[in-house]
Design a protein around this ligand. Structure first.
Ligand code: GUN
Ligand code: FE
Length: 436
């Protein structure tokens, strides 16, 4: 079938570049191109070389722009779109005051469908092509999200939020209703198109031991589904978990007890972990979604990336909308940089872009499909125009090295520099903001 070539500066990672400026694992092809066929990466290389190899291909010129794998948001709540920018709170109060009331509305199919589409528009406009998404407790909220994502052929993860205690009655399920809904949603959606099911117990305080037990049983009964939750975000939350599960050694230990850790599991925040916790997560390759704008907005704390990396824990970056404050992965990387500065560590642009692409894919256990331009991977990519805004354009031109270019882009970029978002080789950008 038809081959298409996209020309530009090709930039992606083949491995973790590490934490220092003397980075490896990345590839930058000057005056390069990728060739796409059947929604997959067919080839990458020099522009002229691909023209010779595929003389009949349709050509899309983006010279002067960067072509990168789409960003991966490893943790976000589509049902919190209307909660973003709610003033002056910390986690538990914020959940009660703003978040739970907003989530109530997702029992309604029309509302859920509208918000799912608004969310996906905004995500794609920001160059995010894959996300691990929390809906609400309602089955309708999952149906609406998967339907909208399926129509756009997206590789996303989602699963019904499970919570059977410590939340308003209008948001509660039970062990049996939760199991029944999960089973029917898994059968209907897991593996349909590019969709993946992820079990979603909200966090330890809102599930009974019986419900967490059931989640662990499902995770093991279906060896290809995933699991997402929250962990050790806030000190009051941690104290509460200690009261609710007095026999557990730590917050992480609660999840471990019920068999919820492992390569298919990702936990948002994980800001306050003991070294034993970190060792365990590294050992069984349980991933962390680092949510810097959310951690700053809710005053949760400063995640220590170097420590996590030292323990070999897979880490991805995440917007955590609506606790997080921006859909932009650039804004998220900038916040990550500032949070690491608090630990006297300067996050390199290499590591930041890695966390936003291949690192996120690895953290979610989907790097066989997406995350870079290896041959055969799904062609989800973005066109970045570094001339899109006057200040960025000027500053970018003053740079000498690739690392400086990336750093300037990460600090000054936003949705305006995303001039195209491609899903499986097809242009999906609702609005083209740049001009390349
Ligand atoms: N912990 C439990 N639920 C949530 C949520 O919706 N957002 C954040 N940031 N933390 C949580
Ligand atoms: Fe969250």
């Amino acid at each position: 079938s038809a081959i298409e070539i996209f020309t530009g500066e090709i930039f992606h990672f083949l491995a973790n570049p590490g934490l220092h400026s003397e980075a490896s694992g990345w590839e930058w092809i000057d005056d390069g191109a990728i060739a796409v066929c059947d929604g997959k990466i067919l080839a990458r290389g020099k522009r002229t070389h691909l023209f010779e190899t595929y003389p009949d291909a349709k050509v899309n010129e983006h010279r002067g722009c960067l072509i990168m794998p789409g960003f991966i948001d490893t943790h976000v709540h589509y049902a919190q779109l209307d909660v973003i920018a709610s003033f002056g709170s910390t986690l538990l109060d914020w959940l009660e005051r703003y978040t739970f009331p907003a989530e109530a509305a997702f029992e309604n199919e029309a509302h859920a469908s509208l918000l799912a589409n608004l969310f996906l528009d905004e995500m794609l406009r920001n160059g995010i092509t894959t996300a691990s998404v929390f809906p609400t407790v309602h089955k309708t909220s999952v149906e609406a999200f998967f339907e909208a994502a399926f129509a756009r052929n997206l590789r996303v993860l989602c699963g019904k939020v499970m919570m059977d205690r410590n939340c308003p009655a209008y948001l509660q399920d039970t062990v049996s209703s939760s199991e029944k809904d999960n089973l029917s949603l898994i059968e209907k959606w897991h593996g349909k198109g590019r969709l993946l099911y992820s079990l979603t117990p909200r966090f330890a305080p809102t599930s009974t031991a019986q419900q967490l037990q059931m989640a662990g049983e499902l995770l093991h009964a279906y060896p290809t589904i995933h699991l997402q939750s929250h962990l050790a975000e806030n000190v009051d939350e941690i104290r509460w978990v200690k009261e609710l599960f007095p026999t557990s050694d730590s917050y992480l230990d609660v999840y471990d007890q019920f068999g919820l850790l492992g390569e298919r599991s990702i936990f948002a925040h994980s800001v306050h972990l003991s070294s034993e916790d970190k060792m365990l997560m590294g050992k069984n390759q349980t991933a962390i979604a680092f949510c810097p704008t959310s951690n700053l907005f809710l005053g949760s704390g400063f995640f220590d990336l170097s420590q996590a990396v030292a323990h070999q824990i897979p880490v991805g970056l995440a917007t955590d909308i609506g606790g997080g404050t921006s859909f932009s992965m650039f804004r998220t990387m900038t916040a990550a940089y500032k949070v690491q500065q608090v630990h006297r560590h300067a996050l390199t642009a290499w590591q930041a872009f890695y966390l936003s692409t291949l690192g996120g894919a690895k953290a979610l256990g989907i790097d066989a499909h997406v995350g870079n331009f290896e041959i055969g991977k799904e062609a989800d990519f973005i066109i970045i125009n570094p001339e899109a805004t006057p200040l960025l354009s000027r500053r970018y031109q003053l740079t000498q090295t690739l690392e400086e270019k990336l750093f300037v882009l990460m600090m000054l970029g936003d949705d305006r520099v995303i001039s195209g978002t491609y899903i499986a080789g097809k242009n999906a950008s609702a609005t083209l903001t740049g001009d390349c």
